[in-house]
Design a protein around this ligand. Structure first.
Ligand SMILES: O=P(O)(O)OC[C@@H](O)[C@@H](O)c1c[nH]c2ccccc12
Length: 264
């Protein structure tokens, strides 16, 4: 069974909400990044969303942009990102969703990417700029390799499209708490519970919410409304501020966020 599906099955039987942690692969270096993702897993993250660094990350705010830039400057590539997963898999089973844009994957080779990502130990893929009506080829490749194709739904997604996305979603649905780019500017929007309820009508998989979640109080609020809490920039900021002890700083930062998520 896919590790993401297994993780959400376990959470459902425990009656717990998921904590999903995002970082950029290779930030600030290959070795330090490996320690960071191990720290996220050891602290109790249920899923790790790993960003394959791209030079033009159009949906990312400044914190994630700078992280991708650090990783690229440290020599990170798509192939090295897969190598990072392979190394992580020597010791850890926490599910991994690969997040990126289409360009790096086209550059690497579209069908080769899916096969290599699965072989490295990835469990899902999230392609920011692949619209659902053009996703057939990706879906077939992902399915053939046992990778979940994770879908994004925004507060501005029209209802018919939301239905299409919800029905075809695998693993979990990534609901955006608000419009705009990633980062701490702007707390989760007021209508969050309604958005999640609307998605749940057509969804066969859990709904997790991300964008702008920074504090344990916000994690609690989101965990009450949805099946999981996704935190990115606030964790990435810890890597930025503590390049020489990134793993320890990240562990200390996520521990109260995970506790807040699990207390709901
Ligand atoms: O950074 P935030 O606001 O905590 O949001 C999560 C986010 O970083 C992560 O899921 C992500 C990184 N890059 C993205 C681009 C689009 C959507 C989501 C993402």
């Amino acid at each position: 069974m896919n590790r993401i599906d297994a993780a959400f099955d376990r959470l459902r039987s425990e009656g717990k909400k998921a904590f999903v942690a995002y970082v950029a692969a290779g930030d600030p270096s290959f070795e330090a990044s490996l320690e960071v993702i191990k720290a996220l897993a050891d602290a109790g993250s249920d899923v790790i969303e790993l960003g394959l660094p791209f030079s033009d990350p159009l949906a990312d705010g400044i914190v994630n942009q700078m992280a991708a830039d650090r990783a690229l400057k440290a020599g990170m590539t798509t192939a090295r990102s897969l190598e990072l997963i392979r190394k992580f898999r020597e010791t850890h089973q926490t599910p991994i969703v690969l997040f990126t844009y289409l360009n790096p994957i086209f550059n690497y080779g579209f069908d080769k990417f899916h096969a290599d990502a699965a072989a490295a130990g990835a469990d899902g893929i999230l392609l920011l700029d692949l619209p659902p009506d053009e996703a057939r080829e990706n879906d077939d490749l992902a399915r053939g390799e046992g990778l979940n194709h994770i879908r994004l739904i925004a507060p501005t997604t029209p209802e018919d499209r939301m239905k299409l996305l919800a029905e075809s979603a695998e693993g979990f649905i990534y609901a955006l708490s608000r419009t705009g780019v990633t980062g701490a500017h702007g707390a989760p929007s007021e209508g969050l519970s309604e958005l999640v309820a609307k998605i749940r009508k057509d969804a066969k998989v859990p709904v997790c919410v991300g964008f702008g979640i920074t504090t344990p109080d916000q994690a609690t609020m989101v965990a009450k409304a949805a099946d999981g809490v996704i935190v990115g920039s606030a964790i990435v900021k810890q890597v930025e501020l503590n390049p020489d002890r990134a793993a320890g700083a990240v562990r200390d930062f996520v521990t109260p966020l995970i506790a807040a998520t699990k207390a709901v």
